[in-house]
Ligand binder design. Structure first.
Ligand code: SF4
Length: 487
């Protein structure tokens, strides 16, 4: 299987990227595809491990050694079939997944891990190029109707799987176009929207109905859904952002990250932004508070809009560059994470607390009051407690702040409150990870709405697993693929 000496002969090679100073002039993707021969060599690095930790490291349970082998043999159809058996949307995960499979790759013990994400992206794009990806014909319809509320990655995955099971699926999306976070959260420079549109078109051709501008609980009746559908899947995501309740929060120039990103995504796609205040970083000193993916998307977008400077604050201390003794393989390391947006220009600061937003007499933000933190670690070596470093408080100029400190839980107003559905202690919709069933038996939930803010790959995984449980609920058993079955 594969090339037994591949990992000795070939080093990991990354695809070329457009230079940061050039790519910040537009919103297009900037990562090239590896030439076929190089990709073949990258796949040859896979050792076909007896215990492939990559497989269990992937939330979807992707059968990675097998598709690596097929790529090595240049059997693209076989590679596509293996990959698509466990992943409905490799074109999304191949672009935006932080690749926990690569963190778990055994080769990573003393070399760079296999370039699994790049291989995945290549397989699906070749599959589209060669015409392997065609609408699946659904031979048998069950007569059961399922409503999916939310068209982000969890909703789309659930809808695709339930449709394959023969149910009639309608997806309700409160925005003007389907895709949720994929469409209006993630910037085009990471995921161009024709990629999302290509998949939605395919799903429509397979028979899934999309109803946009349909905000269930606001302009679309919940009782109609309860009456008209045999089952409902709630996949509305985790949408309430964590706020920073400090003096000056009301000043003009302090915005939630997602409001900023959504506006720019709409601008790029020439979609009306609606009656919202224009948020732009152009000509401003920008501070992004929060060091995660959403924060880095704000960094990349601010640079593209022509910010004078971009600074990013993280409350936690700077993680180590590499794994330490406290992070033994194959556990997921908390190592320094650098996104492509950081290559484009940002000053990153760790262990910083923002104490106040300062403004002028017109109510506009002009500066931040910040201080450094000193962290102490717990017995496991992880940061546990902090205290402000005496004498470190200072003021820095800033006209635009983006709050990117994560999300608390789904929106409760409307749908959730009207249903009276049970919530967990964090405010997410309560449902067991094995069964995905809520306190109302015909209603299921998946993705961030159930597990809280997480990765797109987890949302797809939850959508797939949830679909199987809905299918069992409706039919008594299910032939849909399950991660549990592939392990
Ligand atoms: Fe290949 Fe890495 Fe998976 Fe081993 S862990 S099978 S080397 S991809």
């Amino acid at each position: 299987m594969g090339k037994p000496t591949g990992f000795i002969e070939f080093s990991r090679v990354a695809p070329e990227k457009r230079q940061p100073e050039k790519r910040v002039k537009d919103y297009n993707e900037f990562v090239a595809r590896l030439p076929d021969q190089q990709l073949n060599q990258q796949a040859a690095r896979c050792m076909n491990c007896g215990v492939p930790f990559c497989h269990s490291g992937c939330p979807l349970g992707n059968i990675i050694p097998e598709f690596n082998d097929a790529v090595y043999r240049q059997n693209w159809r076989e590679a596509y079939e293996i990959l698509s058996a466990t992943n409905n949307f490799p074109e999304f995960t191949g672009r935006i997944c932080p690749a926990p499979c690569e963190s778990a790759c055994v080769l990573g013990i003393n070399q760079s891990p296999v370039a699994i994400e790049e291989i995945e992206k290549h397989i699906i794009e070749i599959a589209f190029d060669k015409g392997f990806v065609v609408p699946k014909k659904i031979n048998l319809r069950t007569g059961k109707k399922v409503a999916v509320v939310g068209s982000g990655p969890a909703g789309l995955a659930a809808a695709a799987q339930l449709n394959y099971a023969g149910h009639e699926v309608t997806v309700f999306e409160r925005d003007d176009q389907p895709g949720g976070l994929l469409r209006y959260g993630i910037p085009d420079f990471k995921l161009e929207k024709w990629v999302v549109e290509r998949r939605i078109t395919l799903m429509k051709e397979e028979g899934i109905i999309f109803r946009c501008n349909a905000n269930v609980g606001v302009n679309t009746s919940i009782s109609d859904l309860l009456r008209g559908f045999h089952s409902i899947v709630l996949a509305g995501g985790s949408t309430i952002p964590r706020d920073l309740d400090i003096p000056g929060r009301q000043l003009k120039g302090v915005h939630f990250a997602m409001d900023f990103l959504k506006q720019q995504n709409k601008r790029v796609s020439n979609t009306a932004a609606g009656n919202t205040e224009e948020i732009k970083a152009t000509g401003k000193q920008v501070v992004v508070i929060g060091g995660g993916d959403t924060g880095s998307d704000c960094v990349g977008t601010s640079n593209r809009q022509g910010a004078v400077s971009v600074t990013q604050f993280e409350l936690l201390p700077k993680p180590p560059e590499k794994r330490t003794a406290y992070m033994p393989w194959p556990t997921y390391p908390m190592t320094l994470k650098t996104s492509s947006s950081h290559e484009e220009g940002v000053e990153r600061n760790w262990a910083v607390v923002t104490k106040a937003f300062l403004g002028d007499e017109t109510g506009h933000l002009t500066a931040l009051r910040i201080a450094d933190l000193e962290w102490t670690c717990g017995s496991d070596g992880r940061p546990a407690q902090f205290a402000e470093r005496p004498g470190s408080e200072r003021t820095i100029p800033c006209q635009q702040v983006f709050l990117a400190m994560g999300f608390l839980h789904p929106q409760h107003d409307g749908l959730i409150n009207e249903l009276g559905i049970s919530l967990d202690e964090r405010g997410n919709v309560k449902a067991d990870e094995q069964f995905f069933q809520t306190s109302i038996p015909k209603i299921f939930t998946a993705g961030d709405m159930r597990r809280g803010q997480s990765l797109v790959v987890w949302a797809i995984s939850e959508g797939r697993e949830c679909a199987r449980k809905v299918d069992e609920f409706l039919m008594g058993s299910s032939l849909l693929e399950s991660k549990e079955l592939s392990c």
